[in-house]
Structures are given as structure tokens and as C-alpha cells.
Design a protein around this ligand. Structure first.
Ligand code: ADP
Ligand code: MG
Length: 342
């Protein structure tokens, strides 16, 4: 008889990702989407190394063709890396929802958590009602809406991710700047703007993964100490995605963060509480800022973070001593266990 382990390796793993579409994707903000293909290749290499048979299924312009491919190839489990559809992050949850309706075992968060967390304002409302810290903010739904918060503020699209729409000018110090940035969000993204108190201070993020229960990885910090004078200390789109940009070079991540044990534990406990209260499963990354007085605020919860080898999540795995491929093995097991329970 085959051993349990051998039997496990007989399963077929599909890796689904959303392919960048030059027609529907937004010009100039495509790097984050283009990178998913590279992630899929890295995940393929990792699961192949584990001994699984695996293949990649790109989600392109036709959702129907994607489903046909799934039906043909019949994976036992899918690694769902899809961050949207047709260049729209707002459709990220719909992809997971379709997989749920079709009864696929898949890794990553379910459609409800993906949909909730994409909406930063609603996520903040849930965090707040659970007693978790998040900065004061207003959802601006029309260009003439008044905002009763003191400056400085930051203006972000409410339902995007990957720092889309976040640039140095997004930090505003007066009414004119605020109005200009709100208009920009409406024009470019056709969605409400989230206007949030700007927190001057350190930035941390924590990757959390589920292994029977949620477990935090070492805290990571974005080091802003060498940022050019006059540039707001934020992870803008340029800082996150353009390796040649000075803003990227001057925002290096440091993992593990150089913080004392007490702060490390406080950030990790808060991240795990956010993970649980938002109904996350498998993996997520929680972003924080800390003000000058040491008060922490959760900026957002990322239920589908960049999980490529050169991004923060993998860096945190490496810092904890967990191999990338073993992380994926655990996620595959989680997905199969869930399916078994249905
Ligand atoms: N309230 C805030 N105070 C200070 N910086 C912020 C604030 N909100 C966002 N930022 C900066 O903008 C970056 C992106 O914002 P975030 O809310 O994490 O959205 P995204 O989904 O695009 O990552 C953060 O990593 C941080 O550097
Ligand atoms: Mg973020």
C-alpha cells in the first residue's frame, strides 16, 4: 500500500492567476498585475519540487474558457492567485465565488473575506467594532462632500490594492489639495475616495498564516529613514513597483523589524485578531502605522497579498525559517482538509 504521504503527492495541483490584459488594464499601473504571472511560475516550481503534478491556468479575457480548462484538467486543488478579472480588482472575490459554487478545493481566502477586505472603509468599520485600532477616516462619495478631519490627510481609492492611486501628492495639507486628490480618484477610478488621517511614523506589516490556528510571522518594517526631504514617508505606487525609482530604493523592507519584544508581540497579536475577526483563512498580510506616541493603527488587511519570492510575505517566511515550498504544502493541505469536511 502507498503511504499517506505518497498518496498526497498523487493529487493534481492547478495554479490559477489573472493574466494582465493590455486592453482592459489601466495604463501606467500595470506592473502589479503583470507580476502575478511571475508568482504563478514561482509557485509552480515550488509545488513541483514538493513532488506534486502541477500546471498553471491563466484567467484571461473569457471566464468561460477558464472554466472549460478547469473542467478539462480537473485539478484536485487550486492555488488561487487571482487578484481580479479584466484589470479590475473589484472582481477578485467573484473569481473565488465561482470556484466555491463549482465546489473546487482552493487555497487562499474565501469570496466573502476577499470582498470585505477590498473595501477599506468597511474593513475599518469591522475592525473598529471589534475594538481593533484604525485611524479616523471618512468615505467621500461625491466631489463636494465636506470632510471634518484635521490635516494632514491621505486620500486613497476605497476599493483598490497594491498602492494603486497612491502617490506622494495623495498626502494633503490643505483644502485645495484634498479637493484635487478626491477629484483625481473619482476621475481615474470611478469609485469613492477614502480620506484618512495621515499617520506620521513607522510602518509595519505582519504576514499571518493558518496552521490549525492563525500564526504570525516576524514583523516587517518599511525603513523610511533615507527618504528624500520633502517626500512623504509612504509606500506609494512608485515605491512599491518601480525598482529603478528612488522612492523604491529609499523604502527598503526590514524583516525582522528592529523592535523590542513587547512591540513585536503587540503588533503580532493585533494582526492575528484582525485575521480572525475578518474571517481570514490560509494567509493574509496586515499593514500598520505607528504614530509618534507609539499608538498603532491598522491600515488594511490584505487577504490576497503579493506572495512572490521577492515580496514581503516570502521574506517573512524566510525570516521565520519556513521554506516557501513548505508553506505551499501547508496551504494545499488546508484546502484539502476544508474540502474533506464539506
Ligand atoms: N493613514 C495613513 N497614514 C500614513 N500612511 C498611509 C496611510 N494610509 C496609507 N498610507 C501609506 O500608503 C500605503 C498604501 O496604503 P494601503 O492603505 O496599505 O493601501 P494598498 O491597498 O494600496 O496597499 C501604505 O503602505 C502607507 O505607506
Ligand atoms: Mg497596503
Amino acid at each position: 500500500m502507498r503511504s499517506g504521504k505518497m498518496k498526497d503527492k498523487n493529487i493534481l495541483v492547478g495554479i490559477a492567476y489573472n493574466a494582465y490584459d493590455p486592453v482592459t488594464g489601466r495604463n501606467g499601473e500595470r506592473v502589479s498585475e503583470e507580476c502575478v504571472e511571475q508568482t504563478a511560475k514561482e509557485v509552480l516550481a515550488a509545488v513541483t519540487e514538493l513532488g506534486y503534478s502541477a500546471f498553471i491556468i491563466p484567467l484571461q479575457r473569457s471566464f468561460m474558457s477558464f472554466l472549460h480548462r478547469l473542467k478539462e484538467l480537473k485539478p484536485d486543488v487550486l492555488i488561487n492567485l487571482c487578484e481580479g478579472f479584466l484589470g479590475r480588482a473589484q472582481l477578485e472575490a467573484n473569481v473565488a465565488a465561482a470556484l466555491e459554487l463549482l465546489g473546487f478545493a482552493f487555497t487562499g481566502n474565501d469570496s466573502r473575506t476577499l470582498a470585505l477586505c477590498l473595501n477599506k472603509f468597511k474593513t475599518k468599520a469591522v475592525l473598529k467594532s471589534c475594538g481593533l485600532p484604525t485611524a479616523p477616516s471618512r468615505l467621500v462619495v461625491s466631489p463636494d462632500q465636506k470632510v471634518d478631519l484635521p490635516f494632514p490627510l491621505i486620500v486613497k481609492p476605497n476599493t483598490e490594492d497594491a498602492s494603486l492611486g497612491i502617490h506622494p501628492e495623495s498626502v494633503v495639507h490643505d483644502k485645495e489639495g484634498l479637493e484635487r486628490q478626491v477629484r483625481r480618484i473619482f476621475e481615474l477610478y470611478e469609485e469613492p475616495a477614502l480620506v484618512e488621517q495621515f499617520i506620521e511614523g513607522r510602518e509595519f506589516n505582519v504576514a499571518v498564516f493558518e496552521n490549525s490556528k492563525p500564526q504570525p510571522l516576524p514583523v516587517s518594517e518599511i525603513d523610511f529613514t533615507t527618504m528624500p526631504e520633502g517626500s512623504p514617508k509612504i509606500c506609494s505606487y512608485e515605491a512599491k513597483w518601480f525598482e529603478d525609482d528612488i522612492l523604491c530604493q529609499k523604502t527598503p523592507p526590514v524583516c525582522p523589524a528592529k523592535i523590542d519584544e513587547g512591540l513585536q508581540k503587540k503588533i503580532q497579536d493585533t494582526a492575528v485578531a484582525a485575521f480572525e475577526n475578518l474571517g481570514c483563512r490560509d494567509y493574509a498580510r496586515i499593514d500598520f502605522r505607528m504614530d509618534q506616541k507609539g499608538k498603532l493603527s491598522i491600515l488594511e488587511v490584505n487577504p490576497n497579498p503579493d506572495i512572490s519570492l521577492n515580496a514581503g510575505y516570502a521574506r517573512a517566511l524566510a525570516a521565520s525559517g519556513m521554506e516557501y515550498k513548505h508553506f505551499w504544502e501547508l496551504m494545499i493541505e488546508n484546502a484539502l482538509k476544508r474540502k474533506g469536511k464539506e
